[in-house]
Write a protein that binds this ligand. Structure first.
Ligand code: SF4
Length: 277
């Protein structure tokens, strides 16, 4: 067995509910979250059994392993980063709303959905009793659960009990505005969990170069999705753009000695092609 396989041989075992890897950064104080570079103190009077959210809608999952499945998106409020190309900055800027967990649960059954996607903002900011209670009900109802996270906050053992898919989209330093505080990805916490997928948004060459550097931290048993940034305007441009990046992936797969490259998929963001939310 090669070294890298040995290094990750524990990765497919169930997560240890107690042991945690030391993080190089000071852990976040969940009562204080960064908002646009400033620290905002979260209202301590959170209504019982509620989550702070920005919007909730049903649509089709356009990315990753559940691509094409109808689902309920719950966009939770706020984020601890300020990426310059963020297309959901309103999750940080709009006033916080509260939704009762029964409302989310009922919505799933009203629409006959079997997949729920917690997105943001940064959904792992809300690992709390209300969230665990909701996950417990969803899990027992055989609903597939996904969190779309930027990977800077480690999942709690309590959250992992419900075996959610964690789709981690790490952010490079160059994605943040100059002078803003940068939060490192908590690589080891996600590399150890078997239900982690990785997503990298590729807008320019330096994003792709950075993605290749990140392969050193990724468990080779986990799946990786590359998505071109959806900024080009015409369908023709998009086709060229996607084909260009498909060649990058193919070439990198052929030439990279890193075993993680065999799990790289080129994603196309189906929801953007279908023009749905
Ligand atoms: S981590 Fe995601 S939600 Fe947060 S600012 Fe960056 S792109 Fe936007």
């Amino acid at each position: 067995m090669c070294d890298i396989m040995k290094e990750f041989e524990d990765a497919t075992k169930p997560p240890d509910p107690v042991e945690r890897e030391p993080h190089p950064m000071k852990p976040l104080d969940l009562d204080k979250v960064a908002m646009g570079g400033k620290i905002e103190v979260v209202n301590p009077s959170q209504p019982k059994n509620s989550l702070a959210y920005t919007e909730m809608f049903n649509s089709i999952q356009g990315e990753g392993r559940y691509t094409g499945r109808p689902c309920l998106f719950v966009r939770l409020h706020n984020c601890n980063m300020s990426c310059t190309w963020c297309d959901t900055a309103y999750a940080r800027r709009l006033p916080r709303l509260w939704v009762h967990i029964n409302g989310i649960y009922r919505e799933m059954f009203k629409k006959h959905l079997s997949l729920i996607v917690f997105t943001g903002g940064e959904p792992l900011l809300q690992q709390n009793e209300s969230m665990y209670r909701l996950l417990h009900r969803l899990y027992r109802s055989n609903i597939d659960i996904t969190f779309e996270t930027n990977g800077t906050i480690a999942p709690t053992p309590e959250l992992l009990r419900y075996q959610p898919l964690l789709t981690v989209s790490p952010k490079p330093r160059h994605s943040q505005p100059k002078g803003s505080k940068f939060v490192e990805t908590w690589w080891c916490a996600f590399a150890k969990y078997s239900q982690t997928d990785w997503k990298f948004v590729i807008a320019e060459q330096r994003d792709y170069d950075w993605f290749l550097e990140c392969l050193a931290y990724i468990n080779p048993h986990q799946q990786i999705y590359l998505h071109p940034n959806w900024t080009v305007k015409t369908l023709k441009d998009r086709e060229d753009y996607i084909q260009y990046r498909a060649k990058w992936v193919a070439l990198a797969k052929m030439h990279s000695p890193n075993v993680a490259m065999r799990n790289v998929h080129l994603g196309v963001q189906l929801h953007k092609i279908l023009n749905v939310q």
